[in-house]
Design a protein around this ligand. Structure first.
Ligand SMILES: Cc1cc2nc3c(=O)[nH]c(=O)nc-3n(C[C@H](O)[C@H](O)[C@H](O)COP(=O)(O)OP(=O)(O)OC[C@H]3O[C@@H](n4cnc5c(N)ncnc54)[C@H](O)[C@@H]3O)c2cc1C
Length: 493
């Protein structure tokens, strides 16, 4: 229970989340929005199950802790988005913008009976190979973008999963195999059209509202809805092809794998190399294994030389090929990310942390603990550790002061994936995932938990997600651009 003092402090710091106190019924909201929005927009009651989400609306990837809605709106134009935001502001209604629906933080279920502001009509892609820029709508998927860029002979940082919304990902940073070259997606953002929590439609860049531009690059979903975004893009490296090497190490080799991985940290990792590791229990292989996925942005022969120490361990299921850059999300981890990450309706409990070192003894200890505890518990075998290690080069290209993105010195972005097959398993999967995260934290190299915002559970402190150093500035921005805290349902600051 809050004491009076803590209540005063909480109010003073602006930490209270808005609660949906809208007194209007779904019908009233739908009626009002239908009257206001342009004819190309769609407004439906979510109780109409033949229209929602089936017809044209974006389903949610993770349904373990989803937000719920009474009304769904699909605006056709930026001014329609503006009208929805202004309507919410003046009528004390709650809404959440939906890009590609892949946000999975447990914080999302604090929004109940709100308005789903589906950005599905904002799906345009314009590529200018001369200016080396692309301008995209607020919900463009990473896959659609990758095909368009590949066809144009260009590239950019993309995530591992092709079904995520590119704008949604980049508003929180956005990391992937090409981050070693270009940093997080947010570093390539040049400008955005955004409707803020005050209901203003602003064009934001390093010269227009530079304070908000800083906030958009790493904490963007806290301030408004981005309807159009322009990014820098890059000529395709190696003719648009990369080496993809996939392999599986039996559990007995885990220590050797961590040891080699530890040699690649900091400046030792070539900027062309992305290391993906997945430690999981595979009953058919007799226990815990480490699946490894290496992407080398260059010729296969050069990539193989770089990963030779791993090949020397003689892994099983070795599969090395040259793939088109845009196909990486479909093929990485034996196609598992595309299959699991693009099917909406998952029961998923996320946990995550950043590692600032590879602590070999701690990783071995956690691996052995999982091997022992999972052997007798089939339900928990859906919990796995996924580690993404990108070269520091790309993250160091821009000064930390240029954006809200706080994690330029992370060695490995770790997710403890918790996949359940039905809702009754969620509490056990969540408890075990948290235990693994806490054990990994002992070897993270930082006393306080630090977590990449898009991989977060939602139970972390804002300082863990946005960094203690950047949080006060972001809260000041929040007061300026979203004083009513309309944008506070997803890992809020
Ligand atoms: C299977 C899977 C794999 C993933 N892999 C990666 C990865 O490799 N790298 C990585 O960085 N991340 C990854 N993510 C995380 C991903 O970046 C986030 O989930 C991101 O929020 C997805 O954006 P979305 O539009 O799909 O999600 P949504 O659920 O639609 O949106 C998430 C949040 O962003 C807001 N938002 C979305 N679009 C806009 C917009 N245009 N303007 C304002 N706010 C917006 C929403 O309101 C919501 O608060 C992965 C997620 C999944 C489920």
């Amino acid at each position: 229970m809050l004491t009076l003092l803590s209540l005063v402090l909480v109010l003073a710091l602006g930490l209270l989340q808005p609660t949906p106190v809208c007194a209007l019924t779904g019908q009233q909201i739908a009626f009002a929005l239908q009257a206001e929005l342009s004819s190309g927009s769609e407004v439906v009651l979510t109780s109409n199950t033949s229209a929602y989400p089936a017809k044209n609306f974006t389903p949610r990837y993770n349904i373990a802790t989803p937000p719920t809605y009474t009304v769904a709106v699909k605006p056709a134009l930026a001014v329609d988005v503006q009208k929805v935001v202004q309507y919410a502001l003046h009528n004390n209604a709650s809404f959440l913008a939906t890009g590609s629906g892949h946000g999975y933080s447990t914080s999302l279920d604090r929004l109940q009976a709100g308005i789903d502001l589906d950005l599905g009509f904002f799906n345009s892609i314009e590529i200018d190979t001369v200016a080396k820029t692309m301008t995209i709508g607020g919900s463009v998927s990473s896959n659609d973008l990758a095909s368009a860029l590949q066809a144009a002979g260009m590239e950019a940082t993309l995530g591992q999963c092709g079904c995520i919304g590119y704008p949604g990902a980049s508003l929180g940073g956005g990391i992937g195999p090409y981050s070693g070259l270009y940093g997080p997606m947010s570093d390539s953002l040049l400008s955005a059209e955004i409707i803020t929590g005050r209901g203003q439609l602003l064009n934001v860049s390093s010269t227009q509202h530079p304070d908000l531009f800083y906030g958009l690059k790493g904490a963007g979903f806290n301030f408004g809805v981005a309807t159009s975004l322009t990014y820098r893009i890059y000529p395709a490296t190696n003719g648009g092809n990369a080496m993809l090497a996939q392999m599986i190490f039996p559990g007995a080799l885990n220590q050797s794998v961590w040891q080699i991985v530890s040699n690649f940290t900091a400046s030792n990792q070539p900027k062309e190399l992305a290391i993906g590791l997945d430690a999981r229990y595979v009953a058919a292989m007799g226990g815990m294994v480490v699946m490894a996925n290496f992407i080398y942005i260059g010729p296969q022969s050069a990539g193989m030389k770089v990963i030779q120490p791993f090949l020397d361990l003689k892994p099983a299921n070795l599969n090395i090929s040259t793939v088109a850059w845009a196909d990486i999300p479909f093929k990485a981890f034996y196609g598992g990310i595309a299959e699991g990450g693009c099917t909406a309706g998952a029961y998923y409990v996320p946990h995550s942390l950043n590692l600032y070192q590879i602590d070999v003894p701690n990783l071995v200890e956690v691996f052995n603990y999982m091997n022992k505890t999972l052997a007798t518990n089939e339900v928990l075998q859906g919990v796995a550790i996924a580690m993404q290690q990108y070269a520091q080069y790309g993250f160091q290209l821009q000064d930390a002061k240029t954006s809200a993105w706080p994690y330029r010195d992370v060695v490995s972005f770790v997710q403890i994936d918790g996949v359940a097959t039905n809702p009754s398993q969620l509490p056990a999967v969540g408890k075990y995932g948290r235990k693994i995260r806490d054990r990994l934290h002992h070897g993270s190299g930082r006393k306080d938990l630090q977590t990449y915002v898009h991989f977060a559970n939602g139970n972390e402190s804002p300082a863990a997600l946005y960094s203690a150093a950047k949080l006060p500035g972001l809260r000041a921005l929040k007061r300026e651009y979203d004083p009513a805290r309309l944008f506070s349902w997803y890992n809020p600051i």
